[in-house]
Design a protein around this ligand. Structure first.
Ligand SMILES: CC(C)(COP(=O)(O)OP(=O)(O)OC[C@H]1O[C@@H](n2cnc3c(N)ncnc32)[C@H](O)[C@@H]1OP(=O)(O)O)[C@@H](O)C(=O)NCCC(=O)NCCS
Length: 427
């Protein structure tokens, strides 16, 4: 079938052919005679179970799958969308944001169309994890994105079941099996993107991070925010100068603030332990609250054993993460005994640039939150809204943590030793 004709038959704009054009002929050629077998009732229920969604999804999902099966054009579009998402890695899945709403043909079932498509990441995940000998419990646990996206959809669509097609992008990680959930957190081996270099002093084990050349900071040493209209930009730029046996630069304190003062490290005494591009366990925090220090420590310790066993070709330097949860100012926004703040204290924080509205998407399902009308039903929501209402920013932050310090969790290893670092570097 011609793609434009198919779009027209579904009451969709034929201009959408821009997004669905790639690999169209190959999808047509590969379509099984009876349509996609994954739209069968038993396949849908098995996927729903595997990803951990509640049984209350079954009836609406089966109704949606039945409606898609009954319309050859819809079934073909679902087949093609799943192939674009998970078979054709050259397809830019950011375009899924522009994939259409199918209400004109699917009515109330439309928001479940892309959930059915999203389920097609599961067989890829199972195969990729199976090849690495990863236990099926880990594969199941790694399906957190389904729960997160359906919850946020429900939150922003008056309780309706469904997902936005933009959620498909993250599921690409399942095709390679690189993402693994171990206890409270998820990890992937990735190059470190933080703009810093960390060094360990040989004899003492002390660790210090220096800001990378060109990294920018606010006067406070925190990450810069967008300049206010008409106001001068409050930003300074770090200079890192490597030489044969030494390196000079601006230290970053482990509470996540860069210092204007410069230091020089003698590289015969300070060994590089982390630099941009080094492989790290990129850490992600699925929803569900309960980010207790114990669960964080257990998860990170489990990752130190798991990844060398299942991804032996990827040695890694440590852990790293970028998140609103690592905002260095969070201890002033949440209680100092809240879980994110307790986790932060065990890590080496570093500043990141941000838009000043970080975390809202995760906690409210949208960025354009109005503090006057947004739900204030949990302590976390109230704290974030109060910050916004006071005209204060919600920043992002980064962290790294090296394996030796994971073993010391509970003792605030980087912060505890910071006075010794200050003494060693005359800070
Ligand atoms: C980040 C996160 C794990 C921190 O959880 P936590 O502080 O350990 O949560 P707790 O279980 O201690 O709950 C503390 C309060 O926050 C609330 N809360 C936790 N997660 C919430 C969420 N996703 N949305 C709204 N409120 C939330 C709890 O209901 C509780 O409120 P109460 O004080 O009124 O009872 C949690 O906010 C979460 O799951 N967020 C969604 C995922 C996310 O943001 N990941 C980071 C992506 S970069």
């Amino acid at each position: 079938m011609n793609l434009e004709a198919l779009l027209l038959s579904l009451h969709l704009d034929p201009a959408l052919a821009t997004f669905f054009g790639p690999h169209w002929e190959s999808s047509l050629a590969a379509l099984p005679a009876g349509g996609p077998d994954w739209l069968a009732d038993d396949a849908v229920v098995a996927s729903r179970r595997f990803v951990g969604l509640e049984p209350r999804y079954d009836a609406p999902l089966l109704a949606a799958a039945g409606a898609v099966r009954a319309d050859a054009a819809l079934a073909l579009l679902a087949w093609h969308a799943a192939r674009l998402a998970f078979e054709h890695q050259d397809y830019d899945l950011a375009q899924a944001q522009s994939w259409p709403d199918l209400s004109a043909t699917l009515g109330e079932h439309a928001p479940l169309f892309y959930l059915l498509v999203a389920f097609q990441a599961v067989p890829h995940l199972q195969r990729a994890h199976g090849r690495r000998g990863i236990p099926v419990d880990v594969s199941r646990a790694t399906c957190t994105h389904y729960l997160e996206c359906t919850s946020l959809y429900s939150l922003t669509h008056a309780g309706r079941l469904g997902v936005r097609p933009a959620m498909l992008g993250w599921l690409r990680h399942h095709t390679s099996g690189e993402l693994c959930c171990l206890g409270r957190m998820e990890y992937m081996v990735k190059p470190f993107r933080g703009r810093l270099r960390a060094f360990r002093q040989r004899e003492s084990g002390l660790v210090v991070a220096l800001a990378d050349n060109g990294a920018t900071f606010a006067d406070s040493g925190l990450g810069p925010l967008p300049a206010r209209p008409g106001a001068a930009a409050d930003v300074w730029m770090a200079l890192l100068e490597p030489a044969a046996h030494e390196v000079s630069g601006h230290p970053i304190a482990p509470d996540g603030r860069a210092l204007r003062q410069r230091v020089t490290l003698d590289l015969r005494r300070w060994t590089p332990v982390l630099a941009p591009g080094d492989f790290i366990l990129e850490t992600h925090i699925p929803p569900g609250g309960g980010l207790t220090p114990t669960r964080c420590a257990e998860s990170m310790r489990a990752a130190l054993e798991f990844f060398p066993r299942h991804f032996p070709e990827h040695p890694f330097a440590g852990f790293a993460c970028d998140s609103w949860v690592l905002n260095p100012e969070l201890s002033e926004i949440l209680s100092p005994t809240s879980n994110p703040v307790l986790w932060q204290r065990e890590l080496y924080l570093f500043p990141l640039p941000s838009d000043g509205r970080e975390g809202l998407q995760f906690i409210f399902g949208r960025d354009d939150v109005d503090p006057a009308t947004a739900p204030r039903d949990t302590g976390l929501r109230r704290a974030l809204l109060d910050q916004l209402a006071a005209g204060k920013p919600l920043r992002a932050g980064g962290m790294f943590c090296l394996p030796a310090e994971v073993a010391e969790f509970g003792t605030q290893p980087y912060r505890r030793r910071w006075p010794a670092v200050q003494a060693a570097l005359n800070l």
